[in-house]
Design a protein around this ligand. Structure first.
Ligand code: PMP
Length: 383
């Protein structure tokens, strides 16, 4: 059952009843047999959801997406390395800043807010500069722009650069194939399409990425060190005792439940569900008269320009109608748009999605926005 008001921001999101139930338990020991069993199950299911193979390494650590990003920046890059960031918004900027603090020589290819970077431009930059690694954000939550991860991973391989993808607003919703695309790191956080409350950083590393960590001259901070965590995760994978820093013993069994739901449905079906919901939501908003900020729209989030007559005041009016959506985030265009998340459990709930379309339309109209709510709902209903 989704909550009231309905949480339709791009994370945290509504969670399923089964995941909610899994979080409502007394804390377990990190060495309890049931906990170790659930941890092993979660790690196994990560390989399925990430489309990884047996030699890829899953990591689950208390924290968030930012921690997973920083772990990648500090485990794969030495001071002085040249790296290329494909920057499509606020989270690309964050990656640039982390890599600079690490002492890397950071090159960027970027685009205007709402646009993606053409692959040809990335290819030229890779061949000209031969960087050690390429970083990109699968879906930048600030703009709703999705990049072509398969294409970027392939280009990185052409010049033997590592490829690292921030999947925080994508993993478990957007098509991704760790093994067949040859990506080296795909990282995320628990509070988006993975379908949990916030609190976990998750990533999968390729054997090549592990080798790059082993070859570093300048070790990462201890809490972020992949090599400190690796034996712990391997032990949990065997349901053995292990300790480095206490794992979140409530969230990890809930992770086993949420990933279990994705695996049971079938990951292709999960991706297809997000694609069809995104098309339906965008169709409804378009019919209402709204325009997308993103010219490469994602399946997890829709960023919409305020229509004539409306602005940020509409957020409260939409909330008064039972739905929480998010304001703009990209500093250059922040006041011109708002964002609706549509990922995870809520995408199985047609009634909740329809309520979102209706509340957005009515809320916009309440502050003077020029929208045709009936046309939006008719498009949603397919009539
Ligand atoms: N990357 C992206 C694409 C995100 O959307 C977010 C969170 N909005 C982050 C990184 C950072 O994640 P967290 O807030 O869990 O640190």
């Amino acid at each position: 059952m989704p909550s009231t008001p309905l949480l339709m921001i791009p994370g945290p999101i509504e969670i399923s009843d089964a995941v909610f139930a899994a979080t409502c338990v007394r804390p377990a020991s990190h060495l309890a047999p049931g906990f170790k069993h659930a941890f092993a199950g979660a790690l196994r299911k990560m390989r399925t959801v990430w489309r990884a193979s047996a030699d890829h390494h899953p990591f689950v650590v208390a924290g968030g997406g930012t921690l997973a990003m920083e772990a990648a920046a500090t485990n794969l890059v030495d001071p002085g390395h040249t790296v290329l960031v494909v920057n499509t918004g606020v989270f690309g900027d964050r990656m640039v800043e982390m890599l600079r603090r690490r002492g890397a020589n950071v090159l960027q290819v970027g685009a205007e807010p709402g646009h993606t970077v053409p692959l040809a431009e990335v290819r030229n930059a890779l061949h000209e500069h031969r960087p050690h690694a390429l970083f990109a954000t699968h879906v930048d939550t600030s703009t709703g722009v999705r990049v072509d991860v398969a294409g970027l991973a392939g280009l990185a391989r052409e010049v033997e650069a590592l490829s690292i993808f921030d999947g925080v607003c994508a993993t478990g919703a957007e098509v991704f194939e760790m093994a067949s695309w040859g990506a080296d790191v795909y990282l995320t956080a628990s509070q988006k399409a993975i379908g949990l409350p916030a609190g976990l950083a998750l990533w999968m590393a390729s054997p090549r990425a592990l080798e790059a960590r082993r070859a570093l001259n300048s070790p990462p901070p201890m809490t972020l060190d992949w090599l400190a965590w690796l034996p712990i995760l391997e032990a949990y994978g065997r349901e053995d005792d292990a300790y480095f820093s206490t794992p979140p013993t409530t969230l990890i069994p809930a992770l086993d439940v949420s990933l279990g739901e994705l695996v049971e449905e079938g990951i292709d079906a999960v991706f297809a569900r997000h694609a069809s919901v995104a098309a339906r939501m965008r169709g409804a908003f378009g019919a209402m008269g709204l325009q997308s900020l993103s010219h490469a729209p994602a399946n997890t989030i829709t960023a919409l320009l305020w229509p004539n007559g409306a602005d940020g005041r509409a957020l409260a009016a939409i909330r008064d109608r039972g739905v929480i959506v998010a304001g703009g985030l990209h500093p250059v265009v922040r006041s011109t748009y708002f964002r609706v998340g549509h990922m995870g459990a809520v995408t199985r709930d047609v009634d909740a999605l329809r309520r979102t379309v209706e509340a957005v339309g009515e809320g916009l109209r309440a502050v003077g926005g020029e929208v045709d709510v009936a046309a939006g709902l008719a498009a949603f209903d397919g009539v």
